[in-house]
Design a protein around this ligand. Structure first.
Ligand SMILES: [Fe+2]
Length: 380
């Protein structure tokens, strides 16, 4: 953490600019970056389409826009584009695309030129890679993730007014992606070049960056970079209107004898201030249910930095984080459909520095006794 950080009464620090520096930067292309609007959908490969459909449709109440024997296209209640999640039947559970909508058709051209200048493999399909989406480009990005950019899309009915269809745990919007990458500062610089602004990050006293949250739309994030062996997908997140909707999902899972789908939470995040719940789908893909983060659209929105040793950075309050939340994530595919090999993280791991007898993690920064470790582990 650098000098211009200002402490707040909530325990984190604010800065006017992001203070993340990389010694291994992705080059900045001369070509202009595409104007990205928002994270729009994720395509995931699932091994048992019927089981996954049951989880996302019957349990989580996503809306089916279209389906066939190999695909299910799902959207949230407030969405007007064709889908926010594509389930594709395949042999290996993985992520096939993190897809972003861009502002104009020409921004798809810009995305193609931008990633070609970076030396990345790209594939352009005028009729789209999946139903409902037109001209798109998919790329193997410099961090190894399959990113997609599109503008043309089939509009469908926005069901926001259809209160007769709402269920107590209704998912209303796609909120964000979360990616696992070994070198978070490299990811932050690459995403900044692509036009993403950092809203929050987690660092230590030596400047090691454990995670960062970046946005295009004016929320806390469209995607986050979590430090770990990568490229992998940590989670995809859908928003509810209110926190009681998240508790209703917990109640429903209990009633269905499916409470083992809950991996972490419910709780309140420090980072993002959101109320949250993490679930695992039948293939182990992690889904976050998320609500009530804050507006970030002003150009001078303060950048929030949390101390990795602040026990309240990830849980303002809540139950212990299970180790699987730090260690497990989904594979991602290259443009041929093969899983990308993983690169090990060499920087310190967040789990390692915040558990055990480190004596660093605190709930009250001025307590002079080492805090008993309780935010992770300590389970029978
Ligand atoms: Fe998240």
């Amino acid at each position: 953490m650098t000098a211009d950080r200002t402490p707040t009464s909530s325990g984190f620090f604010v800065s006017t600019e992001v203070n993340v520096n990389t010694d291994n930067p992705v080059p900045t292309p001369k070509a202009p970056a595409p104007d990205v609007l928002r994270c729009a959908y994720m395509e995931i490969v699932v091994t048992d389409l019927a089981k996954s459909r049951e989880f996302y449709v019957d349990v989580l109440d996503l809306v089916v826009t279209a389906e066939d024997e190999n695909y299910v296209y799902l959207r949230s209640m407030e969405e007007f584009i064709h889908h926010n999640l594509v389930l594709r039947k395949g042999p290996v559970a993985a992520v096939a695309a993190f897809s972003y909508r861009v502002r104009t058709p020409e921004d798809v051209d810009k995305a193609e030129a931008y990633f070609q200048e970076l030396g990345c493999r790209t594939e352009r399909r005028k009729d789209g890679f999946v139903k409902g989406i037109g001209d798109s480009v998919r790329v193997e990005d410099p961090l190894g993730f399959p990113y997609e950019f599109f503008y043309e899309v089939e509009h469908v009915e926005r069901l926001a007014w259809r209160y007769d269809l709402y269920t107590p745990g209704a998912l209303v919007r796609l909120d964000h992606f979360n990616q696992v990458t070994p070198d978070v500062p490299r990811g932050v610089k690459y995403m900044a070049d692509l036009g993403f602004r950092t809203t929050e990050d987690i660092q230590d006293e030596n400047g090691t960056v454990y995670a960062a949250w970046m946005r295009r739309k004016p929320t806390v994030h469209d995607t986050a970079m979590t430090g770990g062996d990568g490229p992998r997908m940590h989670h995809v997140a859908f928003a509810t209107h209110e926190k009681h909707n998240i508790l209703a999902i917990c109640d429903k899972l209990g009633a269905l004898r499916r409470s083992d789908a809950i991996e972490r939470g419910p709780g309140r995040h420090g980072v993002s201030n959101a109320f949250y719940l993490y679930l695992r789908d039948p293939d182990g893909h992690r889904v976050e249910i998320y609500t009530q983060d804050y507006y970030t659209g002003d150009p001078d929105n303060p950048v929030v930095t949390w101390d990795v040793h602040d026990n309240q950075r990830r849980d303002w309050w809540g139950t212990p984080v299970v180790p699987s939340w730090y260690t497990d994530a989904s594979l991602v595919l290259d443009l041929d459909g093969n899983p990308q090999p993983l690169v090990k993280r060499t920087d310190d791991s967040e789990m390692a520095v915040t558990i055990g007898a480190d004596g660093f993690s605190y709930t009250r920064a001025d307590d002079d006794q080492p805090m008993p470790e309780y935010k992770l582990g300590n389970q029978l």
